[in-house]
Each structure stands twice: as structure tokens, then as C-alpha cells.
Design a protein around this ligand. Structure first.
Ligand code: UDX
Length: 437
């Protein structure tokens, strides 16, 4: 929404939320999310044509177009628990709009939703319409965290789905006109509403599938003398395969991949397609295997015990350049090591201590976990270093200095294939990466 305000000076964008603390943060100098470049964009538009408020009713009444951007977590209760999307927030929003709106509205689904959700939103709105007309559009977001501003400035494509009626097409055109302010028309795709909703789930499933595929091969590389980066390069230069999203890792995380695949799997089962469901579910299974495999490798390399040993964990975010930890592989690896009674010293340049404690489900006085101000502090007197997020600053560390202050043998497990293993071995480290024999 900030990018729309930044690009379309003649439109007024009001972001509303019931959470006062969150809105206050958006109105302050310290935004509630860390995202490179976002601060400048918000500061530039805020108070001019970008507003953050908790006055939801006024914002609904005044808007011509309303974007629903609420979270749709995996359901934790009842039917479909652990797999289906929890749509209660979407439904509450739809009911709120129906209650408050005084004239016609275009309602845009921005949240990632199961296919045919637009129909439910439309039914709620239409059954309370009192003469007002509602058009529902689907406009899924493809930005990735850490590169959000760049992705929004120059998207590969913008996708807009809507009803293929005269009114539906007119609503689509209104949203096309907004994006066309800065995105060339050939990159703005319009489809029917179901195709748009499904495309978002399928895009994420395909991306995650590539990572699970390369990670599955990384296990084979470790058993042979093949090197996963060499294999990825060799296959990625085939233009039909392409080089992106072939980086083997400790496992993918983030708020989208797992949730959206679960959602896809649930939909397939719902529509009587168990083989299709099993196929996509295996992408998640491979990711779980990759995380477990990494923990097991750490423990077995360190003479089958990590109990009482200090282990430095460098990076806790699910990827670099974000403070987001949702589904981060680091959570699972740390939990495995805590279970083995290791002392873990965590350093991440952006993630707050309280967030780490919440993710690990530990109290503030847990004796096994400590939080450090630098990679050097975390590594001092450690038996092993684990690189779990690919922060650029880890490349520039003085590993000779780190090595000299560690217990010997000094292990280093690079879960992101970020570092030069040969150089580390020359210093004396017992260094290993993912998918490197
Ligand atoms: C993803 C999609 O990319 C984006 O289009 C969608 O809108 C939301 O979900 P995001 O989760 O922010 O975005 O990050 P992404 O860059 O896709 O990375 C997801 C995870 O995969 C991270 O944990 C990352 O480290 C991992 N990853 C990515 C790999 O392990 N290897 C790769 O080659 C690429």
C-alpha cells in the first residue's frame, strides 16, 4: 500500500488495523518491519497521501477500493486443522464492510486464499447488500521479503482476477489503471478470479518444489563426491531449468511456502485428488527431512554428543535482510540441539531476543540459550558454529580470529553454503556445507 501511495500521488491510501500498537509503530520513526528501502517510501508519503489509522469505519466509508490484507494462517482447530487456511479474519472483514459501507465498493483480496474464497466474500457482502453493489477482485502479492521494495518497483508481473462480466471487467480496469502508473501494461495479467487465486498457491508450490528438489539432491551429494553448487550450476544453465531458486539450504522457511502448500494439499483432498495432494505434500516432507538431516549431521560429526557443548548459531531469520523468523529452519535446528542439551549462543543482526524466545518456546531464564551482540561473542569458546541465515556480514568475519578462540576440533556447519570451505579448512576448521561431500 505504501508503494501505491508512493507511485500514485493522486490517490489517498489509508491503512487500518484494530491493533493500536501496530498502527502507532507505522506512524513512528521505527517501523514494525525491517525491509530495505521501505522506510524512505513510508516517510515520503506518510501524512500526504498515506495514512495509518485505527478508524476502520471511516476508512471503509470513504474508500472506493478496499484491499483485504489480513493474515490467513494455517488452521489450528477443528476441520482441516494443521492444513486448511483459517479464514475467520477474512470473514470478519467482509462482514465489517457489509455493515459499514454506504455505497458501492471494489473489494480486493490481497491475502493469499484458498481457491473460491472470493465467492464466500461475495456471498457475505451480497446477502447484506441493501442495494449496494460489490465487486470482488483477486490481486495476489508476489513480493519476497528482504527484496520487497525492489520487487514492487519492478514486478515480473501483476496478477488481477475478477468476474468476467461488464461490471467485473470495469473493476479490473480500475485496478489495472493504478498499477499501470508504474508497471508496463504487458506485465499486468488479468484472469478470471479462480485462476488468480490458484496461481498464487501454485507459484509458491513451484518455488518451494525447486528448493526441495535441490535439497533432496544435496543429500545424495553428501553421500558421493558430487558438489551441490556445481550440480545446481550445471543444471541451471539449461535455459529450460534456469538458475534461480536452486540454492541448497538448511531448508526453506517463511510465512508462505509451507502454509500455501498445506492449503493446496487440503484443496486437492477436498476435490477428491489424493494423488495430487500426496505429490505436493512431499515437498514439505522433503523440507522437514532436510532440517532434521542438518541437526543429525551436526550431532554425529561432533562425536554423537553436543550436551554441555557451546554451539554458536549465526542467523535466526528465515532469510537475509529481514527480521522475520516465521517457519525459519533455525527454530527447528535450535530446538533439536536444546533437546540434546547443547548450550546455544545465538546471534542475528536483526531478530529481537523476545522473538527468539517466543519461537523456541523457552522462558527468559532458560540456561541453555544465550543471546549475543556479535558473531565473535557467540563463537568465543564454542565447539561449533552453525550458519543458518545467509547474512552478508558473515562472509566478512575474521575466521582466523574466531578459530583461535574456539575449542578444538573447531566445527563449522554452513547451512547456507555461504563460506569458502577450503579457506576455512586451511585455517583448521572441520568445515562442512550442505550437499558437499
Ligand atoms: C516467497 C515467494 O518468493 C514470494 O513470491 C511470495 O510472495 C511469498 O513467498 P519469501 O517467503 O519472502 O517469498 O522468500 P523467498 O525468497 O521465496 O525464500 C523462502 C525460503 O526459501 C527462505 O527460507 C530462503 O532462504 C529459501 N530458499 C530460497 C532456499 O533455501 N534456496 C533458494 O534457492 C531460494
Amino acid at each position: 500500500m505504501s508503494m501505491i501511495a508512493h507511485k500514485c500521488k493522486d490517490h489517498t491510501v489509508t491503512v487500518v488495523d484494530i491493533n493500536q500498537t501496530r498502527i502507532d509503530a507505522w506512524n513512528s520513526d521505527k517501523l514494525p518491519v525491517f525491509e530495505p528501502g521501505l522506510n524512505d517510501i513510508v516517510q515520503g508519503a506518510r501524512g500526504k497521501n498515506l495514512f495509518f489509522s485505527t478508524d476502520i469505519n471511516s476508512a471503509i466509508r470513504e474508500a472506493e477500493m478496499i484491499f483485504l490484507s489480513v493474515n490467513t494462517p494455517t488452521k489450528t482447530y477443528g476441520v482441516g486443522a494443521g492444513r486448511a487456511a483459517d479464514l475467520r479474519y477474512i470473514e470478519k472483514c467482509a462482514r465489517k464492510i457489509a455493515e459499514v459501507a454506504e455505497d458501492d465498493k471494489i473489494v480486493v483480496e490481497k491475502s493469499t486464499l484458498p481457491v473460491r474464497t472470493a465467492q464466500s466474500v461475495k456471498r457475505i457482502l451480497d446477502s447484506n447488500s441493501k442495494g449496494r453493489k460489490f465487486q470482488i477482485l483477486s490481486n495476489p502479492e508476489f513480493l519476497a521479503e528482504g527484496t520487497a521494495v525492489k520487487d514492487l518497483e519492478a514486478p515480473d508481473r501483476v496478477l488481477i482476477g475478477g468476474a468476467q462480466t461488464t461490471e467485473g471487467k470495469a473493476a479490473i480496469q480500475k485496478l489495472v489503471d493504478i498499477y499501470a502508473t508504474w508497471v508496463t501494461r504487458d506485465r499486468i495479467l488479468t484472469t478470471n478470479i479462480w485462476s488468480s487465486e490458484l496461481s498464487k498457491l501454485v507459484a509458491n508450490a513451484f518455488l518451494a518444489q525447486r528448493i526441495s528438489s535441490i535439497n533432496s539432491v544435496s543429500a545424495l551429494c553428501e553421500a558421493t563426491e558430487a558438489d551441490i553448487d556445481e550440480v545446481a550450476h550445471a543444471i541451471g544453465t539449461d535455459s529450460r531449468i534456469g538458475p534461480k531458486f536452486l540454492k541448497a539450504s538448511v531448508g526453506f522457511g517463511g510465512s508462505c511456502f509451507q502454509k500455501d502448500i498445506f492449503n493446496l494439499v487440503y484443496l486437492c483432498e477436498h476435490f477428491g485428488l489424493p494423488e495430487v495432494a500426496a505429490y505436493w505434500n512431499s515437498v514439505i516432507e522433503m523440507n522437514d527431512y532436510q532440517k532434521q538431516r542438518f541437526s543429525r549431521r551436526v550431532i554425529s560429526s561432533m562425536f554423537d554428543t553436543v550436551s554441555d557443548k557451546k554451539i554458536a548459531v549465526l542467523g535466526f531469520a528465515f532469510k537475509k535482510d529481514t527480521n522475520d523468523t516465521r517457519e525459519s529452519a533455525a527454530i527447528y535446528i535450535c530446538q533439536d540441539l536444546i533437546e540434546e542439551l547443547a548450550n546455544i549462543a545465538i546471534y542475528d543482526p536483526k531478530v529481537e531476543i523476545a522473538q527468539i524466545q517466543k519461537d523456541l518456546g523457552i522462558s527468559t531464564d532458560n540456561k541453555l540459550v544465550s543471546y549475543c551482540e556479535s558473531a565473535y561473542e557467540a563463537s568465543k569458546d564454542a565447539h561449533a558454529i552453525l550458519i543458518l541465515t545467509e547474512w552478508d556480514e558473515f562472509r566478512a568475519l575474521d575466521f582466523k580470529k574466531i578459530y583461535d578462540e574456539m575449542h578444538q576440533p573447531a566445527f563449522l556447519f554452513d547451512g547456507r553454503n555461504l563460506l569458502d570451505l577450503e579457506a576455512l579448512r586451511e585455517i583448521g576448521f572441520e568445515a562442512s556445507g550442505v550437499g558437499k561431500g
